[in-house]
Structure formats: C-alpha cells, structure tokens
Write a protein that binds this ligand. Structure first.
Ligand SMILES: C=C(O[C@@H]1C=C(C(=O)O)C=C[C@H]1O)C(=O)O
Length: 254
C-alpha cells in the first residue's frame, strides 16, 4: 500500500449515506479509493486483501488476522433498527424454515443466536439467493436486511425486528457494522481526519436530505437516521460487540 491510496469499501445501503456524505465533504475522500458494496461483499474484500479500510459486518472480525477499529461511528441500533427483520406469513413459533439473507454476515448470526437463545424456536435455516424474498410464504420465513426491507412490513403479516429482540434479550444496543482497517500504515492524523469527516456527515443530515430521494412516500429517512440507526460506537455497543463475538467464536465454526 506504500505510495498508493488505501482502498475503502463501505455499505451501499441508505444507512451509510450520512457517513459517506461526511467523507465526501472532506479532503480525506481524495486520499482514498472509495467504493460501495453489499455488506457480505465488503467483508469479502477486507478478508481477501482487496481493500484496506472497510465498513464491514462485525461478524467478519474473527476472520481477520489483524485489524483495528478506527472509528467511534458505526451502523448500530438501540432497540428497533427497522431494516433488519425476519418476515413471514405466520408467527415465528409456527415457522419451520427461515431464509438467511445473502447480503448479510452479521444479521444471519444474530438471527441464529436469537432463534436459539431468545425465541428458543428451532427452524431449518436456508441459504438465500437473489430473488429469495419471493419464496417467503406459508411456514417459510426470511431474514431481510437493508434497503430491500422498505415496504416489506406491508407485504408480510409478521415482522420481527432483530434490533428490538436483541435489546429485549440482553438489555444492550447492537452494532451491525464497524469501520475497520487491516493496514498498519494509516497515520493517527489520517484516522483523526477520517473520524472528523464521519462526524461532519452526521451533523449535516438536513443537507443530505436535499440530495437523497425518498425511497417510498411513507419511509421517513430522517426518522430512520435519528430514531432507528444509532451511529455511535459507545460503551454499550462495544459491550454488545464483545458478547456477540464470543457467541460467534464459541458456537460457529468458520
Ligand atoms: C442495519 C443494517 O445493518 C447492516 C447489516 C449487516 C449485516 O447483517 O451483515 C451489515 C451492515 C449493515 O449495514 C441494515 O442493513 O439495515
């Protein structure tokens, strides 16, 4: 990476736009190669060494030999997150199968944890592919994350928000994705500027609204950014992260 720009990859969903807006308002954006991808692809690129900085699903952290969380900002929630839910035609206790969203790395494990520890309802977990949402019906439920969830609450009778369930289960907020680097070469000055830029983005939500189209007339983006997504990687989310990572390392063979 010496002499070249670090490659950055961030989540391509609406929840990341405030952070991206901050980076793009700052000269720091000229000092990185910036790209967007679905969360599972962000994770893949960091693990494969195809990016050095990523907003990556925290579930991938145990796969990185060395990493550093470089920001006090993240994609988190303290209770209902709105865009990470299990949907179905029947109540969860009647579901026999649940599709796991292939865009996700964190929420698939969170769903598994909650089914085991919180709902205590055994189901057959199904790997999903593009188009799987059309196959959620009858006793087959499905986890869906990100922008594709918008409007699904009208389509399915039963909706289980994983942010809410985790909060009820643990009393904690949750962190879905964090800013991570695998490079030992980022200077403290770069990291400080990176963080300041993210904060700038969060401080300018009204200006960002001028740029973004509303995904559907009844989805209030400002409400989503201020009441559902919680961007601060605070003490509670760090505690949640430790608890979640210990579940992964103890019970999931990677
Ligand atoms: C809150 C969300 O969190 C996302 C969930 C992720 C995952 O499950 O791996 C990763 C990144 C986040 O953007 C969302 O997508 O709506």
């Amino acid at each position: 990476m010496v002499g070249t720009k670090p490659r950055m990859v961030a989540v391509s969903y609406l929840n990341t736009k405030p952070l991206l807006y901050g980076l793009l308002r700052s000269p720091i954006s000229d000092r990185m190669d910036m790209d967007l991808a679905i969360p599972s692809e962000c994770a893949r690129r960091l693990v494969a060494g195809e990016a050095e900085i990523g907003l990556v699903p925290v579930a991938v952290l145990p796969e990185l030999p060395e990493y550093e969380i470089i920001s006090d900002y993240c994609i988190g929630a303290d209770g209902a997150v709105a865009t990470v839910c299990i949907y179905g035609d029947v109540p969860l206790r009647e579901m026999t199968h649940v599709y796991l969203d292939h865009h996700s790395r964190t929420s698939v494990l969170l769903a598994r944890l909650l089914l085991e520890e919180y709902w205590r309802h055994p189901v057959t977990l199904l790997d999903a592919r593009e188009g799987y949402i059309e196959h959620i019906n009858g006793t087959i439920g499905g986890l869906v994350i990100g922008d594709r969830t918008i409007g699904l609450d009208k389509r399915f009778r039963y909706v289980y928000d994983l942010g809410s369930a985790w909060k009820e289960h643990t009393g904690l907020p949750f962190v879905f994705a964090a800013w991570v680097t695998t490079s030992p070469d980022l200077s403290p000055k770069f990291i400080a500027e990176f963080n300041a830029a993210l904060r700038e983005g969060l401080d300018h939500l009204p200006q960002l609204q001028l740029l973004l189209p509303s995904p559907t007339p009844d989805f209030d983006l400002t409400h989503y950014y201020t009441h559902h997504i919680d961007y601060h990687l605070d003490v509670g989310k760090r505690q949640a992260l430790r608890r979640f990572l210990s579940y992964i390392t103890a019970s999931v063979s990677v």
